[in-house]
Design a protein around this ligand. Structure first.
Ligand SMILES: C[S@@+](CC[C@H](N)C(=O)[O-])C[C@H]1O[C@@H](n2cnc3c(N)ncnc32)[C@H](O)[C@@H]1O
Length: 316
């Protein structure tokens, strides 16, 4: 879950002018369309194979968090729901069952391959109240004042501008509508990722460039920043801001957990950024990560602690 130099929760390095910005509230902003193209290309070209390979872990991790809070988001039969950055659509199906045939769920995502799978699984599940929209959440022409609930599980952290996407969403909500988000807390609060990164940093230098404020798994880690982003998007009225802790499965075996950490987790970024040295020391790194993963091995896989925020904010 750390991406651009090739991992799904990517940490994306862009020049300063491309980093996440806060802009005043307006109608959907078409200038965002161009700047977000790199991120969308990254999802479609770099992340898709990894995401499909590790779907059982990535979606499974997400589900452990959404299972703990979805009922509290208060989705009702008949509701119209937007699922932003819906990925393979698992949450769309789940919410589709909650809203029933009189409601509707629109899953919006920018990655074609995910939505192909999502469409197939929706048909298999026979949930015609669920449909999928391909596009950029920042600028997608959503119907005005249409949705009762906008939901996003681990989605908004990866938008080039979450504020733009939320502002677009704000327009699409009914006056009594609300946005319900699940986002990762900080790397320090997520040993599932942070411990592996720390282990690799004992062998390799830290990536150059320091902190970024752009898209990435931990870009919603700070409560004050989140509240300010929500307010900038038109959601000053935050009803729920709660910590959710869950042990997540990072691999069914030690080998899979090591692959997952290196190919998807932030420790992979350290390896890639180290270039030749990273390649040369890979066997040693795998050994070190294997030893760490063994400490968390249970009967059915490697489970490590993780932590998210569950957030609900009203349109008015
Ligand atoms: C971490 S995944 C979460 C997927 C899903 N919500 C889940 O919990 O399993 C983030 C998703 O956001 C999508 N995404 C990233 N940028 C987007 C954008 N600008 N517009 C729409 N979807 C976007 C990606 O394609 C990906 O499916």
């Amino acid at each position: 879950m750390f991406l651009l130099s090739g991992t799904p929760y990517l940490r994306v390095k862009l020049p300063p002018q491309r980093r996440q910005t806060r802009t005043p509230m307006t109608m959907p902003d078409t200038t965002a369309a161009q700047t977000n193209q790199d991120f969308i290309a990254c999802w479609n070209e770099i992340l898709t194979p990894k995401w499909i390979r590790f779907r059982h872990l990535l979606s499974g991790n997400g589900q452990r968090h959404s299972d703990l809070v979805l009922a509290r988001f208060g989705v009702k039969p008949g509701d119209k729901v937007l699922d932003i950055g819906c990925g393979f659509g698992e949450t769309c199906l789940e919410i589709g069952r909650l809203v029933g045939p009189s409601g509707g769920v629109d899953g919006l995502d920018c990655t074609d391959a995910f939505l192909e799978i999502a469409n197939r699984e929706r048909d298999e599940a026979g949930l015609s109240q669920v449909r999928y929209l391909v596009g950029d959440a920042q600028v997608y022409p959503l119907p005005a004042a249409h949705y009762d609930v906008a939901f996003a599980r681990f989605g908004v952290m990866f938008f080039e501008s979450a504020v733009r996407a939320l502002r677009n969403t704000h327009r699409a909500l009914t006056p009594d509508g609300k946005v319900c988000l699940i986002v990762w807390r900080s790397m320090a609060d997520n040993p599932a990722w942070g411990e592996a990164k720390r282990a690799v940093l004992e062998l390799l230098p830290p990536p150059a460039g320091g902190a970024t404020c752009g898209p990435g798994p931990f870009s919603w880690a700070d409560e004050d920043t989140d509240r300010r982003m929500l307010a900038a998007a038109g959601f000053p009225n935050v009803e729920m801001f709660e910590r959710v802790d869950a042990d997540v499965c990072v691999g069914r075996t030690i080998d899979e957990a090591v692959d997952y950490q290196i190919l998807v987790g932030p420790s992979g970024e350290v390896v890639r950024e180290a270039g030749e040295e990273g390649k040369r020391r890979l066997p040693e790194i795998r050994e070190r990560l294997g030893a760490l993963m063994r400490r968390y091995l249970r009967d059915d896989g490697v489970y490590m602690p993780s932590s998210s925020w569950a957030i609900v904010a009203k349109k008015r």
